[in-house]
Design a protein around this ligand. Sequence first.
Ligand SMILES: C[S@@+](CC[C@H](N)C(=O)[O-])C[C@H]1O[C@@H](n2cnc3c(N)ncnc32)[C@H](O)[C@@H]1O
Length: 350
Amino acid sequence: MAAPVVVAGLSSVENMPETAAEPTESSAEAQRRPQFGTRFLTDPRQVFQHNAWDNVEWSTEQEEAAQKKVQENSQPLPAEKQEEFDNRANEYWNDFYTIHENRFFKDRHWLFTEFPELAPQQKPPLDAEENLLNGEDVPSTHTETEFPGATASYRILEVGCGVGNTVFPILKTNNDPGLFVYCCDFSSTAVDLVKSNPEYDPSRCHAFVHDMSDTSADYPIPHQSLDVIVLIFVLSALHPQKMQNTINRLARLLKPGGVLLLRDYGRYDMAQLRFKKGRCLSENFYVRGDGTRVYFFTQDELHDLFCNAGLEKVQNMVDRRLQVNRGKQLTMYRVWVQCKYRIKNIWAEP
Ligand SMILES: C[S@@+](CC[C@H](N)C(=O)[O-])C[C@H]1O[C@@H](n2cnc3c(N)ncnc32)[C@H](O)[C@@H]1O
């Protein structure tokens, strides 16, 4: 496809919330779309005929302009400032949820098309099934009743769940009686909002406060107990130096054959390019005006993080979307990465 000719001045992108993870989309629109990547802009003159275009190719000039912009704004803040943002990270997110409550992030209509692992009628992970057929049991270090959801046959954990924009659609859509959903966030305000939601059902769900980067804090679930781990626009909120240990830790919670699903910000997303000077913490890592932080990934970086944790690739794709504000005749280039990685080895217990 030819490179799009319509390029909005980045400075003209008005007040699109930096932390809004995804564009708003009507559910009718979402149901019509089988998966991301199906509406292509072939005639640039038609750019304002839809709200979004998939798989937009970037021209070399556009890529170079983005690189230059990032380079120009790469002077990091002083160490003591950085430390403060790291130490008080959960307080900034608490403030965020105190202000926005559950009004900011939208429910994700694309969840079940992109990640069918979250939908009903899942089979046990392949390797676990094979182990059962071979008469081998998955090694277990726990007794069956000592953790929430211990008797469930399909366990999903969402980390950095916010106010439940992924968890509640799963609970509503997935009626598998063996399903149990865990969700955690290090913002106690967010977790309180999840628990006070009328759809929160403790017999099917367990919400808890947990800092995923704190490798000394235990999850309330044993190793090798989860079928799926979900990370949606959350790994990007961590300090890059804490990412590997965090993923290593999570990988140990997966059953043999279990999968980790991620969707997050990609390198040169519009949100990265519109950061003003004085907001850079380290390469491709920034702090927003409200004190929350965000990293912009390449596919290779994520691949390395997951492989180093003993996971293997099922999917690693970049979603380049051109969003259009038809009223204001603006175009916005969004870049997201989406990954599925499966556990390769059974981890040895420490
Ligand atoms: C951009 S929001 C996304 C929320 C949710 N995943 C969604 O898509 O609606 C990032 C979330 O990650 C949480 N978070 C950031 N750092 C975290 C950490 N170290 N441990 C647990 N949660 C964290 C924040 O509190 C916030 O709820």
